[in-house]
Design a protein around this ligand. Sequence first.
Ligand SMILES: N[C@@H](CCC(=O)N[C@@H](CS)C(=O)NCC(=O)O)C(=O)O
Length: 305
Amino acid sequence: MQNIVSGDVSIQEILALNYTLTPLQNKNQTESPLYKYIRYSLPFLISPNTCPTHKPLTTVFRLHFSNLLTMPATSVKEVLPPVLDSTSQPPPLFDGTTRLYTNLQCPFAQRVWITRNYKGLQDKIMLVPIDLANRPAWYKEKVYPENKVPSLEHDNKIIGESLDLVKYLNTHFEGPALLPNDTAKKEFAEELLNHTDTFNKQLFSSFKGDTTKEVGVAFDYLESALEKFEGPFFLGEISLVDFAYIPFVERFHLFLQEVFKYDVTTGRPKLATWIEELNKIDAYTETKADPEYVVNFYKKRLLGQ
Ligand SMILES: N[C@@H](CCC(=O)N[C@@H](CS)C(=O)NCC(=O)O)C(=O)O
């Protein structure tokens, strides 16, 4: 595999690699994660139209394979399906497939995406990324009249709202339980989940006033919440609460650092450890937004730049 990563790769070479790998794969009774990854990647890589990153084909190919070389054998990064826009046909709706309609940059949708990954539901819940700037009409008409993401197609119905959805995934699907049984922890989980809207409002409105002072209040709340149980997570062990906050913390951490030179983790050791611990979890890191996109998006949205 080393040769593939160095140097440019043409479509012909990719196709040749497919031919080389197919017999090898067939000899394998149980398909290794490596073959599985390559098998799923190839059709995606050889079709530039389906590439959501719009990077040149050879770059994408090199990126994917360099990831592969540094990856532990057991953890294979999911190849994301194409992003659907106004020109795309709808999937075969209500055919029994469970689908998470999402947007790869949306922090609300990211909450549900992390939960799905953490519970190991990658094969049970299909991702359907939607281009929100050029939304397919069928999404509002046939899937989710609120016309927002995330939404989940499951058991012939559509469910929305990210906080409801993370709880729904937790109770309706297999995988690790993401809310504890302990009463005190359960109550604290509800308190923290209810606080997410306030936290987000504090962050978004801080740009009209004394930004660093106002975001300071929002992040101090998280720091003291993280002191309540023996960490590193809000309830001690990992839970839905962590997945509810991290998409927003991730974005504001980046943005405040880049634009205001304000590091939210300075003087907040619990928060620093929490972010560090979450960054060790593939279920989360695979969902992280592109930092450059985040900074530019918030510069435009919050500062009008
Ligand atoms: N309260 C909703 C908010 C979802 C939301 O606002 N999603 C945004 C994308 S990040 C969206 O779909 N916006 C499209 C629109 O408002 O038209 C939730 O938690 O799921």
